[in-house]
Design a protein around this ligand. Structure first.
Ligand SMILES: NC(=O)c1ccc[n+]([C@@H]2O[C@H](COP(=O)([O-])OP(=O)(O)OC[C@H]3O[C@@H](n4cnc5c(N)ncnc54)[C@H](OP(=O)(O)O)[C@@H]3O)[C@@H](O)[C@H]2O)c1
Length: 292
């Protein structure tokens, strides 16, 4: 396998295969990691309202004076911002924070809206129609200020529900946790058949993913090629047609995560056949929201 640099979306736009995830980074880590990433050739950066650091990403990109066109900036709208009157200011703020005229992709971070209650406690707001959020985002596409619309943490049922809300523009991206212990084959197949490109969140298993990174098969394949375990995981993900947004604050890891490697078909099959299952990001627990 040779490593693919970019994928074409159903709307003919392109997304780089590898981007830098910026979740759980401090502001100073975003600044230095984005700098290392730019120096290593990254042009795809994943941020969200919830990360609280998009302005640092914007400042760093501005400091490096990177031409806009090769950049791919993806932003996730937070579910407390799903009401029509919240969507516009949230997207405007992200454009301002990133210091750009348009966003390459805006994703709904979750399939349901959240309500902020007493003490900042989040609950699911079941009264909200996701179609309302979507149609507001569509106006930004019409205005040329968002290029692609997508979703995140959407199941097949969630995608079907969104489709039933009568939007004019179909989602072309779905970002969810994906790695060999949580491959989500059925969702991947569904997305493929519906023109939705998948982005693997937590492609290295995240902070809790030691078991994945210690997997004997993956380690054996890495050793056989004199590559890192992360390179095997990321190349496997790209080989099956997904983009990846690994997060690292370490300059050498940031650089090596960008360098692909060739896996044989046999090795890909071995990884596909791993039976261990684990989902490392428990959103209900992280956000303290029951039923998410
Ligand atoms: N849509 C969503 O709800 C959602 C959910 C989760 C994640 N995401 C996105 O996906 C991105 C990545 O997911 P993630 O942040 O959970 O974690 P991840 O990228 O799967 O893993 C990050 C962990 O792996 C380590 N690491 C990175 N490169 C490595 C390498 N070459 N060798 C060994 N260890 C390495 C990092 O430590 P060092 O920093 O020390 O290298 C860090 O502890 C996020 O930042 C975010 O942008 C989205």
């Amino acid at each position: 396998m040779s490593v693919q640099d970019a994928f074409q979306l159903a709307n003919r736009r392109w997304i780089p295969a590898v981007g830098l995830g910026t979740w759980r980074m401090t502001k100073s880590q975003v600044s230095t990691s984005v700098q290392y990433a730019l120096e290593s050739g990254y042009r795809h950066f994943d941020t969200a309202s919830a990360f609280g650091t998009a302005h640092i990403l914007g400042d760093t990109l501005a400091r490096f004076d990177i031409p806009r066109e090769p950049l791919f900036l993806s932003y996730k709208l937070w579910p407390t911002e799903y009401r029509r009157h919240h969507v516009r200011p949230a997207v405007e703020k992200m454009l301002q924070d990133l210091q750009v005229d348009y966003l390459d992709a805006v994703l709904l971070h979750f399939p349901v809206a959240f309500h902020t209650g007493a003490g900042g406690k989040l609950t699911i707001d079941r009264t909200h129609d996701i179609g309302e959020t979507w149609s507001e985002l569509e106006t930004f596409v019409t205005e040329g200020r968002i290029r692609s619309l997508g979703v995140s943490n959407f199941s097949i049922a969630d995608l079907n529900h969104l489709q039933s809300r009568g939007g004019k523009i179909a989602p072309v991206l779905n970002q969810v946790e994906l790695h060999p212990f949580h491959p989500q084959w059925e969702l991947l197949e569904y997305c493929r058949n519906h023109g939705i490109h998948m982005i693997a969140a937590s492609p290295l298993g995240g902070t809790a993913g030691k078991a994945l990174r210690n997997d004997p098969t993956i380690n054996r394949i890495a050793q056989a090629h004199n590559k890192t375990v992360a390179q095997v995981l990321l190349s496997w993900a790209i080989k099956r047609g997904t983009s990846v947004v690994p997060r690292s604050t370490d300059p050498q890891r940031i650089a090596s995560n960008m360098k692909g490697m060739s896996l044989t078909d046999g090795e890909v099959a071995e990884i596909n056949d791993l039976e261990e299952r684990a989902q490392f990001i428990d959103h209900s627990k992280v956000l303290g929201i029951a039923g998410l």
